[in-house]
Design a protein around this ligand. Sequence first.
Ligand SMILES: C=C(O[C@H]1C=CC=C(C(=O)O)[C@@H]1O)C(=O)O
Ligand SMILES: [Mg+2]
Length: 477
Amino acid sequence: MSDKRHTIIADNNPLPLQKAVQSLLREVERLKERTTDRFEESPSGSLLTISQPLLPLDPLDWLNRQHLFPKLYWMNREKSFSVAGIGTADCIEQNTPGTNASSFAELTRTIATKDPDARYFGAFRFNNMEEQSEPWHSFSSYAFVLPLVGITFEQERYVLFCNLWLEPGEAPDIKIRSICDALENMSTTQSDCDSDRNIPALVRISRNPDVQSWTRQCERALRTFEAGDMDKIMLARQTILEFSESFSPLLFLINYPYPKNSTYRFYFEPKKNHAFFSFTPERLYRRDGVTLQTEALAGTSLKENLTGDDNLASEVLLNSEKDIREHKFVKDSIYGELFPVCSEIQMDEQVHVLQLNRLAHLYTRCSATLKPEFSNDSTLLTRLHPTPAVGGVPRDEALRHILDIEPFNRGWYAGPAGWISSNAAEFCVGIRSGVVVEAMTFLYSGAGLVKGSDPVSEWDEIEQKIGDLLTTANGDT
Ligand SMILES: C=C(O[C@H]1C=CC=C(C(=O)O)[C@@H]1O)C(=O)O
Ligand SMILES: [Mg+2]
């Protein structure tokens, strides 16, 4: 954050948290002495970020001890960038049903008016045409938040920051007051007892659909392939966990026992004990100006029968005709969608294998250069979401079948989740996810069905995809 245009660095030396808070508070107090006209005026608002380098600390532990909402957390797959944030400096949110394309266009239009350095964190619904019931009531069609206060980890450095966002013509006093309140009320102690970090006892677990209904639902999908109407449909399952009491949903992240796993971490808690989180291996895309990185990720082998051996999992996967076919639908669709909007596309000829803790996936990387007129997130989101890894082929028909067949709303499951600024963005696909509502947690994961898929194997595949989350919930790590 240090080299950005509207950034004040309080003190260049990294400080322990408590001192860092004091240092930020001093800078914020100093702002009160500035007259309004000394804040950068812009027709669409202005942003001032004040930051203070920090000595290393655990941002999840910090986040868990705070009392200001929303709370959010993002970590990229490479684990080289993370942000933990609390409160709202600015928020772009919408909560009316409509097409996904109109949501994407609206967010992109709004973000274009914001400070180019401001990263807004949030997610979209999988399908905004679908009416949502519980457990999704706290989650809008989309919500993207510029945090009021937070901790960034970037280039191996920790930074405490606060954001002062002013609407055009807005006097700074009230916003400065809310930053001071957030800093003064921030908990700066380390969590000293482990009991704060334990997920309560799991008292009940159920699956929706159950195995019999799942088999019937898969057979419905398989019939559409036989009839020649469809090539692929991704169907998901919900696993419902009931705990002995409500708890901080962040404990799923804190207790996740596989730090090396190549997954993004996305977390959004709009109100206390109501949160959506995802441990997804799948990148939707990363855009920096006209430069795009995306990928096809679909096709799975389970390691449990292969005694966890990576090489064996790769070999099985690379020789599975069904998985190669399942993967190819995704690869071809991404290429076809990008072709009209890119001046150059480089897609791996050879399919790779991404190794996870319990699974391996087929994986094809793709980098591309966008034509300048298409170099925006509305174009990319509309073209890439949902890929056939989470939707199907053909796309619109697959979405109709999903609405018809699945016995629950997808909400934010399998939607684009990540961050966006006016000139760059990174979105993962919010799979392997859960939504926590007080003492209940609903986990979501699915499998891409193609001709020849076996419902029981697909059931087992999904069980493995949420296996790490189930282990976390059981506390037997
Ligand atoms: C839809 C999910 O996974 C997708 C991503 C990778 C592999 C997949 C598969 O092999 O079926 C799925 O397409 C999910 O975990 O909810
Ligand atoms: Mg599969």
